[in-house]
Design a protein around this ligand. Structure first.
Ligand code: DAH
Length: 350
C-alpha cells in the first residue's frame, strides 16, 4: 500500500507538470480528489485494514490528499495568471492619440440654424435663455392671455402629464417667467428686456410634410419704453438677411394670437418651390415663418410690467421651418427621422 502512495504521488507530480489549461487541471482534480478519484478510493479502501495500519496508512493518504490539493490550487493560480498574460499579449495595441478613421459626426440642421440665430441675436444684445420642456398650464396659456376654455387653445393641443403639467406647445410659455425675472432690472435700472429662448415644442396633431408633433421654435422678446412695430420689423429683417445671406421676399399680414395686439404673421416666400406652391408651403408659395406682434397689455401686466409705461414686441420664430428653408428640406419628418444619411449632409457655412 505504501508503494501505491509513492506511485500515485509520482504520477500526480508528472501530470501536473504537463497540464496546460484550467479545464485539463480540473479533470486531474476530479481524477484524484473527486468522489471516485484515486486518492478518495484509497481512503475508502482502508476500512479493511487493522486499526494500526489504518492509523499509519490513513495519515499518509491524508498527507497525499492535502499535498495534492495544495499543488492543484497552486497550479490553478499559475494557469490563471498565464491565461491573463496570454489575453493581454493578444490584445490589439492601440494609440489613443491616433485620430479616428471613421466619419466625423455633424450637427443636426436645426442645431445649425439655432446657433446661427443665437449668434445674430447675441450680437444685437439679446440674452439666450434655456427653458424647461415641461411647463404648467399657467405658463403655457393663462399667463399668455389664454384663459381656460378659450377657443385659442384648440390650435395648440399638446401632451398632458397626469399631474396636470404639459409639454410646452410653444416657446411663448417662457415669456411670463422672463418678464418677471428681467422686469426688475428694467424698472429699477432702465435696462431693456432683450431675450431669446430657443426650445423644443410639442403638438398633438397629425403629421404631414410641414407639421410634426415635435419641432423647434425660438421665441424673442424686447420690452422697453417706446418699443414699436418698427423695432420689431427691423430685428426680423436683420435676422432673416443674416441667416439666408440673400434677399428674401417677406410679407407681413395680420394674425391673431391672444398674447399680442396687434399680431402679425411674417411669411417668407417658399424657397423650396420659389413661391410657385408645393407640399412644403401647402401650395400657397408662402411659409409662415415668424408670427409676431406687440405684447398684449394683459401679458405685460401678468409679468409684473406696467403696460402704460412700457411696451414690447415678441416673436416666435419657427426654427424647424427655418432649417427646412435654409437647407431645402422638403419634408419636416426627415428632421426627426434619425437618418444619418439625410441629416449628416449639412454644414455650418458661417
Ligand atoms: N406661440 C405662437 C405659436 O406657436 C407663435 C407666436 C405668435 C409667438 C406671436 C409670438 C407671437 O411671440 O408674438 O403658435
Amino acid at each position: 500500500m505504501e508503494n501505491q502512495i509513492i506511485a500515485l504521488r509520482n504520477e500526480i507530480a508528472e501530470k501536473l507538470q504537463t497540464v496546460s489549461d484550467l479545464q485539463e487541471l480540473d479533470g486531474l482534480r476530479v481524477a484524484y480528489l473527486g468522489k471516485k478519484g484515486s486518492i478518495t478510493t484509497l481512503l475508502k479502501g482502508m476500512k479493511d485494514l487493522s486499526p494500526e495500519e489504518k492509523k499509519s496508512f490513513g495519515a499518509k493518504v491524508n498527507e497525499l490528499k492535502e499535498e495534492t490539493t495544495e499543488k492543484i490550487e497552486k497550479k490553478m493560480e499559475e494557469l490563471k495568471e498565464a491565461e491573463i498574460q496570454k489575453e493581454l499579449s493578444e490584445m490589439p495595441l492601440f494609440d489613443i492619440t491616433t485620430p479616428a478613421d471613421t466619419d466625423r459626426g455633424s450637427y443636426h440642421p436645426i442645431t445649425l440654424v439655432q446657433r446661427q440665430c443665437e449668434t445674430i441675436f447675441k450680437s444685437m444684445g439679446f440674452a439666450v435663455i434655456d427653458y424647461p420642456e415641461i411647463v404648467t398650464d399657467y405658463e403655457c396659456f393663462e399667463a399668455l392671455n389664454i384663459p381656460k376654455h378659450h377657443p385659442a387653445r384648440d390650435m395648440q393641443d399638446t401632451y398632458y402629464l397626469t399631474n396636470g403639467q404639459l409639454l410646452k406647445s410653444h416657446t411663448s410659455a417662457a415669456q411670463n417667467a422672463i418678464l418677471k425675472k428681467y422686469g426688475k432690472n428694467l424698472k429699477e435700472n432702465g435696462v431693456p428686456i432683450k431675450a431669446i429662448f430657443p426650445g423644443r415644442c410639442f403638438r398633438n396633431e397629425a403629421t404631414d410634410a410641414c407639421h410634426e408633433n415635435t419641432f423647434f421654435q425660438m421665441e424673442g422678446v424686447m420690452v422697453d419704453k417706446d418699443i414699436s412695430i418698427s423695432n420689431l420689423i427691423y430685428f426680423m429683417k436683420t435676422m432673416l438677411s443674416e441667416v439666408f445671406r440673400k434677399d428674401i421676399k417677406v410679407r407681413l399680414r395680420p394674425g391673431f394670437f391672444p398674447f399680442v395686439e396687434p399680431g402679425f404673421e411674417l411669411d417668407i416666400s417658399c424657397l423650396i418651390c420659389g413661391g410657385e406652391g408645393c407640399p412644403s408651403c401647402k401650395q400657397s408659395g408662402w411659409l409662415e415663418l415668424c408670427p409676431c406682434g406687440m405684447i398684449h397689455p394683459n401679458v405685460l401686466r401678468e409679468g409684473g410690467i406696467d403696460p402704460d409705461e412700457y411696451t414690447g414686441f415678441a416673436f416666435g420664430l419657427g426654427l424647424t421651418r427655418l432649417a427646412m428653408m435654409k437647407y431645402g428640406v422638403k419634408d419636416i419628418r426627415n428632421l426627426n427621422s434619425g437618418s444619418l444619411k439625410a441629416l449628416s449632409q449639412f454644414t455650418d457655412d458661417e
